[in-house]
Design a protein around this ligand. Structure first.
Ligand SMILES: *Cc1c(COP(=O)(O)O)cnc(C)c1O
Length: 368
């Protein structure tokens, strides 16, 4: 007899999310110097946090004894202004992952369905499972979301359709015409969730905010974890029409985003220099890897984000071997891609180190 039998079945069934391997853990396990480890496993910003955000954090520390502004007034109104919307359109989250959870909390139960693409971000499946809902997976030919097929999959029980754009881990993006076609077919009982964690990286991203403005059942997710370099602070947001945002606000904890994160995020929004530098480093790094994989005759998925998938054969093994050399990449077996690894774009020095280690190991790990 164990307590497990009394736990909710969907919690017992859950396979926990496996994040990129932390630098400190790798250093401990392998007896390496943490400063020598290159982590290119979680799509973090290789330039670090926005410098303006760092200064704002130092100031915010002085007020750490005061509870944060639970309503997130300054950050929400600034975000709203930037988007040409009102504060009532913005909900802050402890990372945009929290908004995913709030959406599921609000709309899913045992009778409902969540639709996502076959190689979509795994958190959608975890959350659907956690709330006991049915997870419906739609094929994504060429690793790209097939929005027509996703619209076809909608039933009377569907509540949420998740579209990660660009998608993680594939880096692929759907364009405006596919989105417009999808939105023209979206029934009233379904919410389209556009997860735009990487939307600042492509040169001409599609516009989904227009559907928020029109009051459609749409929630756009964005984050400070990627382009702004604040993944460690956990701050993201949802953009939705007021009727939807108001519902989500009810489902959150009163102080879900801490004061230091709010101050840092606000400052990061103004730091266009850091954003531009990040995009530049990413463009150069992406070109470096595309060229490297092309030269080596390796298949990769052209990416619109700050990472890319490359087909190496036995990704788990290559991950373990690269780890021993102090390079942390992401194995993709949990994404049903056992022959692939995902590499986040780093600084020029990091990218060179990754390829150096990759080349030294490749003869043993690549199946011809
Ligand atoms: C990184 C990422 C996020 C961001 O998560 P946070 O909780 O904001 O750190 C969201 N969606 C996708 C698809 C991601 O890859």
């Amino acid at each position: 007899m164990t307590i497990d039998q009394y736990a909710n079945r969907f919690v017992c069934d859950l396979v926990a999310y496996e994040p990129g391997k932390p630098i400190e853990e790798t250093a401990r396990e392998l007896g390496l110097d943490p400063s020598q480890i290159v982590k290119v496993a979680s799509n973090e910003n290789p330039l670090g946090p926005s410098p303006m955000a760092k200064s704002a954090m130092l100031l915010a520390i002085e007020e750490s004894h005061i509870y944060p502004d639970g309503g997130g007034y300054n950050l929400r109104s600034t975000l709203a202004k930037t988007l040409g919307l009102g504060s009532e359109n913005i909900i802050l989250g402890n990372g945009s992952n929290e908004i995913i959870e709030l959406l599921c909390h609000t709309f899913l139960n045992r009778d409902s369905e969540l639709i996502a693409a076959k190689h979509a971000f795994v958190v959608y499946k975890l959350m659907a499972t956690l709330f006991g809902a049915n997870y419906v997976e739609v094929p994504d030919p060429e690793f790209t979301h097939d929005l027509d097929a996703m619209a076809d999959a909608i039933t009377p029980n569907t509540r949420l359709v998740f579209i990660a754009n660009p998608n993680n881990p594939t880096g692929t993006m759907v364009d405006q015409s596919a989105i417009d076609r999808f939105m023209a077919r979206l029934p009233e009982h379904v919410i389209a969730v556009f997860d735009e964690a990487y939307i600042e990286f492509p040169d001409s991203p599609p516009d989904t905010i227009r559907y928020v403005r029109e009051g459609r059942n749409v929630c756009v997710l964005r984050t400070f974890s990627k382009i702004h370099g604040l993944a460690g602070l956990r701050v993201g947001y949802g953009i939705a029409p007021p009727h939807l945002a108001t519902l989500l606000q009810k489902a959150r904890q009163p102080f879900n985003v801490n004061a230091i994160a709010q101050a840092a995020a606000l400052a990061a929004l103004a730091d266009t220099q850091h954003t531009e530098n990040t995009r530049q480093v990413n463009r150069e790094g992406m070109a470096f890897y595309e060229n490297a994989f092309h030269e080596r005759g390796l298949e990769y998925v052209p990416s619109h984000a700050n990472f890319l998938l490359v087909k190496t054969g036995n990704g788990d093994e290559l991950f373990r071997e690269m780890l021993k050399q102090g390079v942390i990449v992401r194995a993709m077996s949990s994404y049903k891609l056992p022959d692939w690894i995902r590499i986040s774009i780093g600084t020029a020095a990091q990218n060179s180190r990754v390829m150096e280690v990759f080349d030294a190991l490749r003869p043993t790990s690549v199946t011809p």
